[in-house]
Design a protein around this ligand. Structure first.
Ligand code: ATP
Length: 216
């Protein structure tokens, strides 16, 4: 069954239609990249899908049911990386990840957190407070936060931002492995190599009013 279906989605600010009547369908293990110029609506679309912004029209279905970000089903299934991560200033890196793993009741939270710290390259920073991390390390912590919890759908806004060249390559491999595990991914990106490596379909949002078109 289609995991995520977006039908006739529109978002207007005043007179300005950011996108109008947009349709998307995402199956398990599939990735769609959202591309387009600055201001073309990628973040707005992701925010509307994730339920943190309200579309002017249209609907978003997860497993064929209306997407309600407050429902336990959606919270168990969807991991988002949308804005800057909200971090507790007095909790260390490892404590943030422990908190998330425990809140989502994953099996063996300590083992998962240790493995994810290693995967994102933050083992050496595990006891640092967020304020002492570099911007790329904060981005790695944001990515780690989605890896310590259950997930079937990732909604990612420019996940490559602030990563170094090796980090962008690593991210491409990570997202490819997520797809192999059956996770679906909707992501906005300005990184051609990441899009090429990960996306099964590219949806280019137009900067002309309301325009959006899909490409293979
Ligand atoms: N709250 C708001 N009020 C008015 N206009 C808004 C609001 N939020 C977004 N917009 C406008 O909607 C358009 C789409 O913005 P959005 O952030 O979705 O673009 P984007 O494609 O993610 O851009 P970027 O590549 O720069 O991240 C922009 O013209 C922006 O100014």
């Amino acid at each position: 069954m289609t995991l995520l279906r977006v039908s006739g989605l529109s978002r207007t600010y005043g007179e300005h239609a950011v996108f109008d009547g947009l349709d998307l369908a995402l199956e398990p293990g599939q990735a769609i990249a959202l591309t387009g110029a600055n201001g073309s609506g990628k973040s707005t679309l992701l925010r509307c899908v994730a339920g943190v912004d309200e579309p002017t029209a249209g609907e978003v279905l997860l497993d064929g049911e209306p997407y309600d970000e407050r429902s336990a089903r959606v919270r168990r299934s969807v991991a988002t990386l949308l804005d800057d991560l909200d971090l507790f200033p007095d909790l260390a890196v490892v404590e943030h990840l422990d908190l998330l793993a425990h809140a989502h009741r994953v099996e063996d939270p300590t083992g998962i957190v240790d493995g994810v710290l290693d995967e994102v390259g933050l083992t050496g920073q595990a006891s640092q407070l967020p304020g002492s991390l570099s911007s790329g390390q904060r981005q790695r912590l944001a990515l780690a936060s989605m890896l310590v919890r259950p997930r079937r759908l990732l909604l990612l806004d420019e996940p490559e931002q602030r990563l170094d060249a090796d980090g962008a390559l690593w991210l491409a491999g990570l997202l490819a492995r997520e797809k192999e595990a059956g996770v679906a991914i909707l992501f906005a990106s300005h990184h051609p190599a990441l899009i090429e490596a990960v996306a099964d379909e590219v949806v280019r949002l137009g900067s002309s009013p309301g325009a959006a078109r899909a490409q293979e």
